[in-house]
Every structure is written in structure tokens, then in C-alpha cells.
Design a protein around this ligand. Structure first.
Ligand SMILES: Cc1ncc(COP(=O)(O)O)c(C=O)c1O
Length: 365
């Protein structure tokens, strides 16, 4: 399987239970605030959703505004909030937005290794694709990006990036932003995992007003633990791009369960606060424990809810098979461009589950 999260092939379809460390979903689970209102969604099933999704866009806009202050000790620089409903385009998961936004361009530069759908979508749409490879320590090569963007119309970059969890250094990225703004280039910044960083300043939301070249992609999938609901969105001040994406969409692409979920979970402060406390603790715990495992050569620093590791004298296929036999799925990373069989990615989950995977890995030493 190309992606993590395939609990079907070796699990459900074979009647086996698998603990999934291959996909990166908040272990706090589907927010109670949505479960408590599931009947509202059931009631709505009998009518078409608003084809313009006006309320849904309002919930997202309000969330974006309030989420600027996750941490009171790090207030956002400005009180002004400029994002409006018309700057938002909704998708059936971030995947739909990634696909349709890429379809609007011909020459694409993808920062790699990264979510493999960027490349698959670009090739599907017949784009001319070039790559900017991250440095050995998995930080972005800003000089190379600046050089490559000169030959492209579009740059695609993850923030935090999947599979390593690194984030963009805004000071270093400024030259790239300025160049793109002045030269009519677009930058897709995939922020599907941004909430896990726990810091507002890592997002490019505040830069959107000054830089029309930015197109941010987000979703409720990872942080709000709802991959089955399929709701994602793009945000940009580039009206032309927003309307081109919309023109390629089918009407009613978001169902009423997703609308109801967004209405409640996006203002669920308890869920958000508890999630931020959990990730802060468990990220440190996982990293420190993985660093003690003998056959792991490198544990890359991460701001997200997953950890990339490079193996010493061990092949990810072999490790994957061994873990699966013990009921745990890990993400082999040999199908990420520029990575190979020496890399694996592990989700960060609850303390109990993290201990299970750490115990298993330790037993293999
Ligand atoms: C970086 C990144 N962006 C987007 C997606 C797709 O998210 P969604 O399930 O909301 O389509 C994924 C899924 O794994 C991802 O890793």
C-alpha cells in the first residue's frame, strides 16, 4: 500500500486487530462535541446541503480567527483578521484541494520527500515536475527552492512536512515569498498537520493578506481525528485561483455529517486544549524513547504527531513485517522520493499505545 492507515489489507479483512502507527490521527478520537450532535446531522440528511456552504465557511473563518490565540503567552502580532468566507474553498478532504489546486498549474516544483499525492496529482495532470530535495538533516534547502521556483509556476511545500514533521523557517522563507509574489508564482503550503505544532506563528495564515501567492491547505482530518468525514479547505487571497478550483468541483462535495462536525468541533476548546497538552508530552516521550533504541540511527526532530527514523543495519520491509506479526502497523518510507528502505515513520499516540510500540521495538534489539 502506498499510504499509511491501511488497516484493511492485513487487519480488518483478515479478521485481525491492528494497532495503527502508520497513519497520524489524534488519539483523543472523534470529539464528543460532534458525537453529541450526530442527530442534527441525521436530521439534515433529508435535504441538500447549502451548495454555497455559507455556514460551514463561517465556522471555518471563526475557527481560524480564534485559533490564532491557542497560547495566551504567544499572542498573534496583530488584532486585525483579514480572512473572509470568500477566501475559503472547501474540499472532500485536503486531498481534493491538493489535487484541484495542482491541476491549475503546468510547471510544478515539489519539495521532497513529502506526501506522495503531490507528485501523483501533478503527474496525473500532465505537469512538468521538478524537485527540491531537503538537506540530509531534513531541513528545507531554501537556496535550492529559490533556484527551482524560477523554473516553475508553483511550489508545493509541507508545513509541517510529512514524513519528517519539520516546519518552515519564516525568516529564511521570506526571500522565496517575496520572489513568488513579485513574479506571479504560487506557493501551496500544506498545513494539514499545523495544529499539532501548538504554535500560531508557525502557520502562514498571518502572511496571507500580504502575499496573494500563498495558498494554504488544511483539514479536520488529523487534529480532529475524522479521516472518515472527509473535510478539508484551502485559504488564499488569490481570487482567481479560488474560483478556478471551484469551477472544477462537483456541487455538494461536502456531506451534512461533515458540516455538523465542523459546526461543533471547531469551537471545542476543551478538545483543542487537551490535544495540545497530549501532543506536547507524548512527542517528547516518543522522541526520547526512540533515541534509546539500538537499531535506530537517527530520530529526526518533529513538530507534528509523527516521527521519522533512519534505521541502522535493518530494512523497513523486514521491520514492517515483524511489527505486523505482533499486531502493529508502522509506515515504511521507501516509497517517499529521496528516502529508501532505511526509513520508517511512527505516529505519536496515547501513552499506552506508545509504550506498546516502544516495548516491541526494544524487544527486537
Ligand atoms: C501532508 C498531508 N496532506 C494532506 C493529506 C490528506 O488529508 P485528507 O485525509 O484530509 O485528504 C495527508 C494525508 O495523509 C497528508 O499527509
Amino acid at each position: 500500500m502506498e499510504h499509511g492507515g491501511d488497516v484493511y489489507t492485513e487487519g480488518i479483512l483478515k479478521g485481525k486487530e491492528i494497532l495503527d502507527f502508520s497513519s497520524n490521527i489524534n488519539p483523543l478520537g472523534v470529539p464528543v462535541s460532534f458525537r453529541d450532535h450526530i442527530n442534527e446531522a441525521l436530521e439534515a440528511v433529508k435535504k441538500y446541503p447549502d451548495v454555497e456552504y455559507r455556514s460551514l465557511k463561517k465556522y471555518i473563518r471563526e475557527y481560524l480567527e480564534f485559533s490564532r490565540n491557542y497560547f495566551k503567552d504567544e499572542p498573534c502580532k496583530t488584532n486585525k483578521f483579514s480572512i473572509c468566507e470568500s477566501d475559503i474553498v472547501l474540499g472532500n478532504g485536503a486531498a481534493e484541494i491538493i489535487d484541484l489546486s495542482i491541476s491549475c498549474f503546468k510547471k510544478v516544483c515539489i519539495v521532497v520527500p513529502s506526501f506522495i499525492e503531490y507528485e501523483k496529482n501533478a503527474l496525473k495532470w500532465g505537469c512538468n515536475v521538478i524537485y527540491s530535495t531537503m538537506k540530509k538533516d531534513m531541513t528545507y534547502d531554501y537556496e535550492d527552492i529559490l533556484f527551482k521556483i524560477q523554473k516553475s509556476d508553483l511550489l508545493i511545500i509541507g508545513n509541517p512536512n510529512n514524513p519528517n514533521g519539520g516546519i518552515i523557517n519564516k525568516d529564511e522563507f521570506k526571500t522565496i515569498l517575496d520572489f513568488c509574489e513579485e513574479n506571479n508564482k504560487t506557493i501551496i503550503i500544506d498545513e494539514a498537520f499545523i495544529e499539532f505544532t501548538g504554535k500560531n506563528n508557525f502557520s502562514f495564515l498571518e502572511e496571507i493578506e500580504s502575499y496573494k501567492c500563498i495558498f494554504i491547505i488544511r483539514a479536520l482530518t488529523k487534529f480532529f481525528a475524522m479521516p472518515g468525514i472527509r473535510i478539508g479547505y484551502g485559504i488564499s487571497k488569490n481570487e482567481k485561483l479560488i474560483s478556478e478550483i471551484k469551477s472544477k468541483q462537483n456541487p455538494w462535495n461536502i456531506n451534512c455529517f461533515a458540516e455538523t462536525a465542523a459546526k461543533y468541533v471547531l469551537k471545542d476548546k476543551d478538545y483543542i486544549e487537551n490535544s495540545l497538552i497530549w501532543i506536547d508530552e507524548e512527542r517528547k516521550y516518543m522522541i526520547s524513547n526512540l533515541k534509546k533504541i539500538g537499531f535506530i540511527e537517527e530520530v529526526y526532530s518533529t513538530y507534528s504527531n509523527f516521527v521519522l527514523c533512519r534505521l541502522k543495519n535493518l530494512d523497513c520491509q523486514k521491520l514492517y513485517k515483524t511489527c505486523l506479526e505482533k499486531g502493529i502497523a508502522i509506515r515504511k518510507c521507501d516509497n517517499f522520493r529521496t528516502l529508501n528502505e532505511k526509513y520508517i515513520r511512527l505516529a505519536i499516540k496515547s501513552r499506552e499505545d506508545n509504550n506498546r510500540v516502544i516495548k516491541l521495538l526494544n524487544s527486537l534489539v
